[in-house]
Design a protein around this ligand. Structure first.
Ligand SMILES: Cc1cc2nc3c(=O)[nH]c(=O)nc-3n(C[C@H](O)[C@H](O)[C@H](O)COP(=O)(O)OP(=O)(O)OC[C@H]3O[C@@H](n4cnc5c(N)ncnc54)[C@H](O)[C@@H]3O)c2cc1C
Length: 544
């Protein structure tokens, strides 16, 4: 709860925590993007414009009867904070103070029964319901769309943050959907357990949000993506409960669990989870390696995972991302040492990888030994522990930097996909080219970077970060042009439209191509059964 209160309404995290961008990388970035970095200010909070609240007469009292008057808010600040997630377009609209959609009110339920009560009223009264975890969606997932409804009610789940039963024998834990990452780990840590789920948004995103979006954490190669960790769940829908019992496995037909996981709030609200947990690692060993090129690194990663000796954390940056990381490291001692070592060994211009092993010390050492042998024989250069430790220390800081860049009128966004190993390099090139071309066609320079951070025996994810000078007054058109070009390249090139950011509003135009007409018809028919009036999170995931 406390962490969320510190969140900047127009950006990321607590203002005090923002590490300022040093002068040298700032100048260098301007040089790389061939532009003047003009300041771009955030509008004063008082000047933010948002639609008037329009909760119909009598509805407020009905909702208050369920959650209590102190848990139903409709003040300006609360409505602004719940009007968007944290995507680039979301931040543009916040920073400019022009908010198109805001909830008419925000309710803070504390129990499954309260959620059920709220959903019944909203379904009977045709009020759109938007589930809100940490509000860190980057695909428009929490935007309160109310067209066709009498009002929009956001359900903030932050009060549903209790730790339930821990079964240390079965290694499962019952966790409230409103717990943010640090709450999850602190609660489990007291029992020497960990969930092992660390998305970059970890400080502010919630367990319910992770499950609803099929999230991936930085250590998901080792611990598994969130869907691999969900054992059981409770879900409230407008027509009643779904109770997914925590069986270790079952042959009782298609698994309904997979309807709830990834449902993005369009079917119901996840009110309870039973998660598979792990014993807290006694040892963490993180280190850096260097590959001569991205394809060489990709080949080595494939071998590691297919030979079942992959580290728990794997992150291979392409050449552009490696060079930018080095640039951002400024004049640090670590960078100077790494630079001269890399040059000496003729690896200049190569690709940096971070590998992390976690667990019981003997197993960590044994796994590291096997992986190191394979990496050396693939021609990789060991950089030692310092880059790994540095990455671990700073691993949640990237999003703070985004605010700095937007302050300098830089367009910065990310997108992600996954595909098979045999298609990986071709998709990588297609997406990279599509982003570069879309920006060049608009007369803009660009810096397009990529890394791989989740490995599977059959393929891997690709995560792109791109920067360009902002087209002032045309920021959204610029973003849309890149989003369309990259999504087309992904969709035509054999990648999934999203590996872990979910569909929301932004990826919806490409979902029919991925699932097929019958696939979409299945989703629609499930929604008709569970949410016949269609009040649950309108406009997300399922195409019109
Ligand atoms: C800087 C940054 C870094 C990020 N890094 C990662 C990353 O490393 N890995 C990753 O997977 N994602 C990442 N994301 C995306 C985002 O954090 C994830 O999608 C996350 O899972 C969202 O969690 P949340 O609690 O913030 O959910 P919200 O943003 O509040 O909601 C996301 C969606 O889930 C629905 N929802 C939320 N709670 C529930 C519930 N209890 N029941 C039903 N529906 C619900 C919402 O309606 C919405 O559609 C990042 C985002 C940012 C801004």
């Amino acid at each position: 709860m406390d962490a969320r209160k510190q969140m900047k309404w127009w950006g990321w995290g607590s203002p005090e925590k923002r590490p300022p961008m040093p002068e040298k990388p700032r100048i260098e970035l301007g040089r790389m993007l061939e532009c003047e970095l003009a300041p771009n200010e955030v509008v004063d909070f008082e000047r933010v414009e948002l639609p008037k609240p329009e909760l119909p007469d009598g509805i407020g009292a009905m909702l208050e009867e369920i959650v209590g008057s102190d848990s139903l808010l409709s003040d300006r600040k609360c409505r602004i904070l719940h009007s968007a997630g944290k995507s680039y377009p979301d931040l543009l609209s916040m920073r400019s103070g022009k908010i198109a959609h805001a909830p008419d009110a925000v309710a803070y339920p504390q129990s499954h029964d309260q959620v059920m009560g709220l959903l019944k009223i909203c379904s009977d009264e045709r009020i759109a319901v938007i589930p809100f975890g940490g509000g860190t969606s980057v695909v428009g997932g929490v935007e309160p769309i109310r067209e066709g409804f009498r009002a929009a009610l956001t359900l903030d789940l932050s009060k549903m943050d209790r730790l339930g039963r821990i079964d240390e024998e079965s290694l499962t834990a019952q966790l409230g959907p409103g717990m943010v990452g640090p709450q999850v780990e602190a609660s489990l840590g007291k029992h020497d357990l960990t969930l092992g789920h660390f998305p970059q948004s970890y400080e502010y995103s919630t367990l319910g949000g992770w499950v609803a979006t099929r999230s991936a954490g930085q250590a998901s190669t080792g611990y598994g993506k969130i869907e691999e960790l969900v054992v059981g769940a409770g879900c409230a829908t407008p027509v009643g409960d779904i109770d997914l019992k925590p069986f270790p496995a079952s042959a009782a037909g298609p698994q309904l669990r997979d309807l709830v996981v990834g449902s993005e709030g369009v079917l119901g609200i996840i009110t309870d989870t039973t998660m598979r947990v792990h014993r807290a690692p006694e040892k963490r060993l993180y280190e850096g390696w260097m590959f001569k090129s991205f394809p060489e690194g990709v080949k080595a990663l494939r071998k590691l995972i297919q030979d079942e000796i992959a580290p728990d954390v794997v992150r291979l940056s392409d050449e552009a991302e490696t060079q930018t990381m080095m640039l951002m490291a400024g004049d640090s001692k670590l960078k100077t040492i790494a630079d001269s070592y890399i040059r000496l060994r003729r690896f200049e211009g190569g690709c940096m990888a971070i590998f992390g092993f976690e667990g019981e010390p003997d197993r960590v050492d044994a796994r590291k030994k096997l992986a190191s042998k394979a990496l050396r024989s693939s021609g990789a250069l060991h950089l030692g522990g310092a880059p790994g430790k540095s990455w671990l220390r700073h691993r949640f800081e990237g999003p703070y930097l985004r605010d700095d860049l937007m302050d300098m009128s830089i367009f910065i966004d990310t997108l992600e996909t996954a595909t098979s190993w045999s298609n990986l390099m071709s998709l990588y090139q297609d997406v990279k080219n599509s982003i570069t071309r879309a920006l060049a066609d608009r007369g803009s320079s660009s810096l397009v970077m990529c890394h791989i951070s989740h490995l599977y025996p059959t393929g891997a994810s690709l995560y792109f970060t791109f920067l360009s000078p902002q087209e002032r007054e045309k920021e959204i058109e610029q973003w849309l042009a890149v989003k369309r070009a990259a999504s087309e390249a992904i969709s035509n090139g054999g990648g999934t439209i999203t590996h872990h950011h979910a569909v929301g509003i932004d990826h919806r135009p490409w979902i029919t191509r991925e699932l097929g007409d019958n696939g979409v018809a299945i989703l629609r028919s499930v929604k008709e059964v569970l949410d016949p009036v269609g009040v649950m999170n309108p406009g997300k995931l399922i195409p019109k």
